[in-house]
Design a protein around this ligand. Structure first.
Ligand code: ADE
Length: 248
């Protein structure tokens, strides 16, 4: 997969993209991430990328010409989703990550200042995404989050073990509790069942913990889940024992 990122601050990406799994994927040639300095596509004398808003108001607006120049030059006629990072975009989630991972190429535009000239949205961009209901200083951190979440679904980016682990999370459940050695830490013991060696009992316990955690912490996710009869019985028991779903 090739990912082009258009930004005024390419150096912001260097740390996150040069470590761990993203570093390995680039070294293996599975992933090509290209950072493009937007200012290089501003052809006026002062290389201006922003200007005052028509109609007055605070702040600056990113000019359309450098963004159009950059995107047209980078894609050079090739098709790819052109994604604008903005707090006004649709909320990015795991489903969007899986869908976007199917493309061989993606282009991200990182917005800054008060916003981007509307003609960029109307006539260039194909998708607008927000990573959450809060305002960041710019789209760079948001683009990093999206690239990380998307590339996990590109075949070969995760090793075999990591991929296998990921499979179990696609269920829509939150992950249940995990433990490692020591079996007793400051008097807090690892649940007996996990040390029992009874694989069926362990699997059932882990599933029920995940159910319980999702029910209590994320009623919105829980409401969308397809439950088995056994799941329903288990949750009914929790409900009657502990009252409200958020009582944990
Ligand atoms: N730019 C500023 N805030 C943002 C957000 N929450 N998501 C995406 N891009 C942004």
């Amino acid at each position: 997969m090739q990912i082009d990122i258009l930004t005024l601050f390419p150096a912001m990406f260097l740390g996150p993209f040069q470590e761990s799994i993203l570093k390995r994927a680039q070294q293996q040639g599975i992933l090509l991430i290209l950072l493009h300095q937007l200012r290089d596509y501003a052809f006026d004398r002062h290389q201006m990328t922003d200007d005052a808003p028509y109609g007055g108001g605070k702040g600056m607006v990113m000019k359309p010409e450098p963004i159009f120049n950059a995107v047209e030059s980078i894609l050079d006629g090739e098709q790819a989703p052109i994604i604008l990072m903005t707090p006004q975009g649709q909320r990015f989630d795991q489903k969007a990550a899986i869908e976007l991972a199917q493309y061989p190429r993606l282009l991200f535009i990182c917005g800054h200042y008060e916003g981007v000239d509307e003609r960029v949205r109307a006539h260039l961009v194909t998708d607008e995404y927000s990573i959450g209901d809060y305002v960041l200083t710019g789209g760079e951190l948001a683009a990093m989050v999206m690239v990380d979440a998307i590339t996990r679904f590109v075949p070969g980016v995760l090793g075999a073990l990591e991929s296998a682990l990921q499979d179990s999370y696609v269920s829509g459940l939150l992950e249940g509790p995990q433990y490692t050695r020591p079996s007793d830490f400051r008097g807090w013991a690892v649940p007996e069942v996990l040390r029992s060696g009874n694989h069926a009992a362990i699997a059932q316990w882990q599933h029920q913990q995940a159910l319980c955690r999702t029910f209590r912490r994320r009623p919105d996710l829980f409401a969308q889940m397809a439950l088995t009869e056994q799941d329903r019985t288990f949750i009914a028991k929790i409900r009657s024992n502990l009252g409200e779903p958020n009582a944990e």
